[in-house]
Design a protein around this ligand. Structure first.
Ligand code: LLP
Length: 425
């Protein structure tokens, strides 16, 4: 917990608003974001980079709600996108296409066209085949595409294998040993203009050493290219800085930046970063209500109205999210199978028909039916990875700004879910 999420008179608040009031207004499950937390995180980056030519390209995939993109755009952010859809979101949110970098291994012709049309800052190209395709598409449009190659530095990010991207065996980027040859190839292509080098080694990193190892390897390539007369304007070092979910101790943003700047050894290229999680993860919670308490033979279950479709990180990565009671007063009356005075240990699960549908294991809580819970650190890869499994409309999203509550996405309706479907004759 930090300044933006705290108890006031035993009621959990986001900034100056009680979460219980948000539940009463907008129902549950509901994602709630703190504008101040978003702003604080972004400023920590820009302050640490003051005096250095830089661009902070927020990784849209972490949370792509327009209100969040707009908050960052107004703070001067650029954006790291991985699809045409994300580009359309950035533009709809008032973001500047000239500050967009486009990552991803599978960019389609239509997506390349859309991004060229919008005049984005740079394509982070991830294969030889993509160089060919981009050169061709740009040529057909009479344009020159600015590119960097995403280099796979083959360093161990020491994170969950599903979110580690900088190892040889991963699908991302071009092989380290082939990078220089591919730069030469790109250099000779008429419709491409080399502007930078890119690398991203994984997500939820809690140490600086893998970042530094990657920078050092990148710089070797930068020097080799310079020797061949290929000068780079920018270095994009990706995202990946972790946050504290439970007891992790990732470096502070300022320390991470200081370490990167140190490793860059006075290079003057513009520095691009692509942070996602660290900007939004601890700026949001998932608000949910207990539906049933179900005492079991071995375990007690608290069945809540949020599920793996709303927050799939526990099911997918066995990820830990803190779960806090919204009302921290003792329970008024005991409920079956639990004691009101002493908290019990619960499995916090959703209503979906899968054993993998859990939000948290073995949590000690004093709760009863209709108690509200806050699933913490849910701002990153929560809503953006949600689905409609079990025909569950997606949650509402709310942004708190001081004392004001803004509904930034209405709760989905079943009508919206089935609107594109047809029964055949
Ligand atoms: N840049 C690129 C090219 C990326 O692939 C990613 C994340 C980022 C930047 C942002 O990384 P961040 O700063 O957020 O770590 N769904 C997973 C995380 C997947 C990350 C994918 N790539 C999770 O919930 O933990």
């Amino acid at each position: 917990m930090d300044d933006h999420f705290n108890y006031q008179n035993k009621q959990l608040h986001v900034e100056q608003v009680a979460l219980a009031d948000i539940a009463a207004l907008h129902g549950t499950p509901c994602y709630v974001y703190s504008r101040a937390a978003l702003t604080t995180g972004f400023r920590q980056f820009s302050d640490a980079l003051q005096g250095r030519d830089h661009l902070i390209c927020y990784a849209v995939k972490a949370n792509s709600n327009l209100a969040i993109l707009n908050v960052f755009a107004r703070l001067g952010a650029g954006f790291d996108i991985v699809s045409g859809g994300e580009l359309q979101r950035v533009l709809a949110a008032g973001g500047d296409a000239r500050k967009v970098v486009f990552s991803g291994v599978g960019k389609t012709v239509a997506e390349l066209r859309m991004a060229l049309e919008a005049n984005i800052l740079c394509f982070n190209v991830e294969s030889a085949a993509e160089l060919d395709r981009l050169n061709e598409v740009a040529g057909s449009m009479g344009k020159v595409a600015a590119i960097s190659l995403r280099v796979n530095p083959d360093v161990d990010a020491k994170t969950h294998p599903y979110i580690s991207t900088g190892l040889k065996q991963n699908k991302f980027g071009v092989a380290y040993t082939e990078a220089v040859a591919l730069y030469r190839k790109a250099h000779a292509m008429p419709n491409l203009r080399i502007t930078g080098m890119d690398c991203h080694i994984g997500s939820q990193l809690t140490e600086t050493s893998p970042f530094i190892a990657a920078v050092e390897k990148v710089l070797v390539l930068v020097d080799a290219l310079a020797d061949e007369g290929i000068a780079l304007e920018h270095l994009d070092l990706g995202g990946g800085l972790g946050i504290c979910y439970q007891d992790e101790a990732p470096p502070a943003i300022a320390d991470y930046i200081a370490a990167l700047l140190g490793a860059l050894q006075g290079r003057t290229q513009k520095l691009i970063l692509e942070p996602g999680r660290v900007l939004v993860g601890n700026a949001g919670v998932l608000l949910t209500r207990v539906e049933y308490i179900k005492p079991g033979e071995e375990k007690n279950f608290a069945i809540v109205d949020a599920a793996m479709n709303d927050l799939m990180r526990p099911a997918l990565y066995d990820a830990y999210h803190d779960i806090l009671p919204v009302d921290n007063n003792p329970l008024p009356q005991a409920c079956e199978g639990t004691s009101a005075k002493t908290p019990s240990i619960f499995e916090i699960v959703g209503p979906i028909c899968e054993t993998g549908d859990f939000i948290g294991h073995a949590r000690e809580l004093a709760i009863a039916p209709f108690s509200l819970l806050a699933v913490m650190s849910a701002g990153a890869y929560g809503m953006s990875m949600s689905s409609n499994y079990n025909t569950r409309p997606r949650a509402a999203e709310v942004m708190v700004d001081g004392k004001t509550v803004h509904l930034v996405r209405e709760r989905e309706t079943v009508q919206q879910l089935i609107a594109g479907e047809k029964i055949i004759a």
